[in-house]
Design a protein around this ligand. Structure first.
Ligand SMILES: Nc1ncnc2c1ncn2[C@@H]1O[C@H](COP(=O)(O)OP(=O)(O)O)[C@@H](O)[C@H]1O
Ligand SMILES: [Mg+2]
Length: 347
């Protein structure tokens, strides 16, 4: 471990070490997460990026222990704000959820109860964790609505979720997630379902909240554009592993894992609009119930050599807090700085 990872580890509010998540309900166990290491510093936003099915949501849900204990095997270590999340009992867990770390989703109606007003839900959440009066909790709820920039906040506190627009509901869900002043916000594709204008507003809001409240954010997305907008660091995930990680600028300008490179090139060649899907990499991700012995990306990789099929590569340190799990980081170096502009339309 070099000096920079050492100091990052010291400040980390989220520290995940060698996380494995296996679902055991089916005939063959599904290895959804295969050795994830992730550190997030206080006040830092890390984007967890990858195609659908790469294990982003499973990783995020593990941080709140949301997987049903039956049929799920979780191994490794998860520390958040100094607490060992995997060893918490049910009371410690209930106290931890919402107060230390909380989560927002793509679909606000998963988080908001349709039969209560949004204000009532926020007040209830505050009072579950803190011994304060309903009037004081309502005052805090109002402040939260102002903070997430909901217009006419007083009136909207008494609205039901279905009475709000999609963007407003997203803001209300963020307010609910922040109700108990968490230090860590876990965001699972929070802008994916929104149209482009609303999406950018929510991304700006998240960035603002992160700065003002010193929140650490793990932002899960398959949208490179959204990730670039909010993240200090990129963690690129493939088949349950983080295959490349580093400061956003560094990874964008100098992608060293062939998978990241392929994602960047797919983007440079295709639509550059925000919301554009990560697409057009030939082939498909491996079956998580039958993972190959070697690098999981090898069979789609243009740089693969026989050795890539034999062992899962360890992380190679590339300098500047940038690392990639690949045997061919020497081959990708020349491909740095792919065009991020829209290609000129040929005459
Ligand atoms: N409860 C579950 N039981 C079995 N397999 C699951 C379960 N939850 C997720 N998976 C599988 O784990 C893999 C990773 O899923 P997920 O983390 O949701 O991907 P994404 O990166 O799109 O968020 C997928 O193949 C998914 O089908
Ligand atoms: Mg997901």
């Amino acid at each position: 471990m070099n000096a920079s990872t050492d100091s990052a580890a010291k400040e980390a509010i989220v520290s995940v070490r060698d996380l494995h998540v296996t679902f055991t309900a089916g005939k063959k166990p599904v290895e959804a997460v295969n050795g994830v290491d992730l550190q997030v510093a206080r006040g830092e936003t890390v984007a967890l990026i990858g195609e659908s099915g790469s294990g982003k949501s499973v990783t995020l849900r593990s941080l709140l222990r949301l997987h049903p204990a039956r049929h799920t095997r979780i191994e490794g270590r998860i520390e958040v704000a100094g607490a060992n999340v995997l060893s918490m009992g049910s009371r410690a867990l209930a106290d931890y959820r919402g107060r230390v770390a909380s989560m927002i989703f793509q679909e606000p109606l998963l988080a908001l109860d349709p039969v209560y007003t949004v204000g009532a839900q926020i007040i209830e959440s505050i009072r579950r964790h803190e011994n304060i009066s309903t009037a004081d909790a309502r005052k805090r709820a109002l402040e939260l609505f102002e903070r997430v920039r909901i217009p006419s906040p007083e009136r909207r506190l008494d609205a039901y979720p279905h009475e709000m627009s999609g963007g407003m509901r997203q803001r209300a869900m963020i307010a609910l997630a922040l109700a108990c002043r968490p230090q860590v916000l876990l965001a699972d594709e929070p802008t994916t379902a929104l149209d482009a204008t609303v999406q950018i507003q929510i991304l700006l809001l998240l960035r603002e909240l992160q700065r003002e409240l010193g929140l650490a954010i793990v932002f899960v997305t398959h949208d490179m554009g959204a990730a670039v907008e909010v993240a200090d660091r990129f963690a690129v995930m493939y088949a349950g592993r983080i295959v490349e990680e580093g400061p956003t600028r560094e990874v964008i300008r100098n992608p060293r894992h062939p998978y990241t490179l392929a994602l960047m090139q797919a983007r440079a060649d295709g639509a550059m609009e925000k919301g554009a899907r990560l697409a057009s990499i030939p082939g498909a991700p491996p079956d998580l119930a039958h993972l190959p012995m070697g690098c999981a990306f090898a069979e789609r990789c243009t740089f693969a050599q026989p050795a890539c099929l034999q062992t899962r590569p360890d992380a190679v340190e590339l300098g500047g807090d940038h690392r990639a799990r690949c045997l061919r980081t020497d081959a990708t170096i020349q491909f740095g700085r792919p065009r991020m502009e829209r290609p000129a339309i040929p005459a």
